[in-house]
Design a protein around this ligand. Structure first.
Ligand SMILES: Cc1ncc(COP(=O)(O)O)c(C=O)c1O
Length: 383
């Protein structure tokens, strides 16, 4: 039985070098980074070195990086900061395929505080219309929040063009780049983004650590207040080992982005070609779009995603149907619904997401069992 992990958009395994970097901060350098003795100073030094490593990956000033408990907190912090910066502006633009940690706080603002949240639709490929975005932005728009790469389909959006448009219209642009960072190069020295979210556990770092980048002069209002860590923008004794691991993960990702993308793209292309050749009535969602090299989102007509995931799991192969936070749900993904995937395909969806720790042999192993599993889950249905 295989032990194949193909759910890397949910979370990634920690790189052994990340683990090595973290260990001293769990053992001898356990001090509180705010303490004045050498235990504290070592911990503080670890955090600041990590900040430099993340900054190098993003080409961003280290002073504009705020460590948080993860991508969800960073998304909430960006939204909160942008709306409080201009309390008179009550209009926000986002898309139908954002992560729950963007959609939920926006729904809250709408429900409890009367914000008008305009949700841009996407087409069948998972793309959205820049002209529609331009038309949606108004003088009272407080924020545009659009992701860089979709966590379910891997579809990439034109961050630079979105940012340029927002800048032209003097509106804050927040980009949830959780799935993008580490997989594609970003240069925040030139990219017109005001707020950008990252999460360590999507790039072979530890869970529970993330970060919000806020461009110089772009306001940040803390959600958590207290003793003033992170320049008062995110109080709380820092997750030192997590942050150190995050920094190391960024350094490792940045050292070989192009090589990793080539490796992943080769495996992903083989996987998709094998699926389409061997399994009738299979569609790759977002397949015609520019996508992350590691992600395949495939729907099989009249199949059951839940049944296929279970069958694969019994063979030691881990994949998912959609975002991890919903995987317990029987409901199909809001992303695929927004892409108008036909009902007969919607329920038979697998998200297969690879990492640099996967191999072509694992891809072949999955291709060897998948046709049988799909056929079994289709029993009783004529195609
Ligand atoms: C696109 C996107 N945004 C935000 C998040 C949330 O990040 P975290 O798990 O660090 O809270 C995720 C993770 O599932 C994600 O895929």
């Amino acid at each position: 039985m295989g032990n194949i992990y193909f759910d890397n958009n949910a979370t990634t395994p920690i790189d052994p070098a990340v683990r090595e970097a973290m260990l001293p901060y769990l053992e001898q350098w356990f001090g509180n980074p705010s303490s004045g003795h050498r235990f504290g100073e070592a911990a503080h030094g670890g955090i600041e070195a990590a900040r430099q490593q993340v900054a190098a990956l993003l080409q961003a000033p280290p002073s504009r990086l705020i460590f948080t408990s993860g991508g969800s907190e960073a998304n909430n912090l960006a939204i909160w900061s942008a709306v409080l910066a201009h309390p008179e502006r009550k209009h926000i633009v986002t898309s139908a395929v954002e992560h729950a940690s963007v959609l939920a706080p926006l729904a809250f603002l709408q429900e409890k505080f009367g914000y008008e949240v305009e949700i841009l639709p996407v087409d069948q490929g998972g793309d959205f219309d820049l002209v529609a975005l331009a038309a949606a932005i108004r003088p009272d728009t407080a924020l545009v929040s659009l992701m860089g790469a979709n966590n379910e389909t891997g579809v990439l959006w034109p961050v630079e063009r979105i940012g340029a448009l927002c800048r032209e219209r003097a509106v804050f642009f927040h980009c949830d780049a959780v799935q993008l960072v580490g997989k594609q190069s970003l240069d925040l020295a030139t990219l017109p983004v005001d707020y950008l979210t990252i999460s360590a556990h999507k790039l072979h770092g530890p869970k529970g650590t993330g970060l919000l980048y806020a461009r110089r002069m772009v306001p940040v209002t803390p959600m958590i207040m207290g003793s003033g860590q992170e320049h008062g923008l995110r109080t709380g004794t820092e997750n030192v080992a997590g942050i150190v691991g995050f920094g190391k993960a960024c350094q490792l990702a940045g050292s070989a982005i192009a090589e990793h993308a080539e490796l992943l793209g080769g495996m992903r292309d083989r996987l998709e070609a094998g699926i389409v050749a061997e399994i009738p009535a299979a569609q790759i969602n977002g397949g015609a779009m520019a996508r992350l090299a590691n992600t395949t989102n495939v729907s099989f007509k009249h199949a059951s995603g839940a049944a296929m995931i279970q069958e694969l799991d019994e063979r030691g192969i881990a994949v998912s149907a959609h975002a991890a936070c919903h995987s317990g749900d029987l409901d199909p993904s809001h992303v695929l619904r927004a892409m108008a995937v036909a009902e007969s395909y919607l329920h038979g969806t697998l998200r297969i997401s690879l990492s640099r720790f996967n191999t072509m042999a694992e891809v072949e192993e999955v291709l060897a069992v998948l046709p049988g599993i799909v056929a079994k889950s289709r029993q009783g249905f004529a195609l």
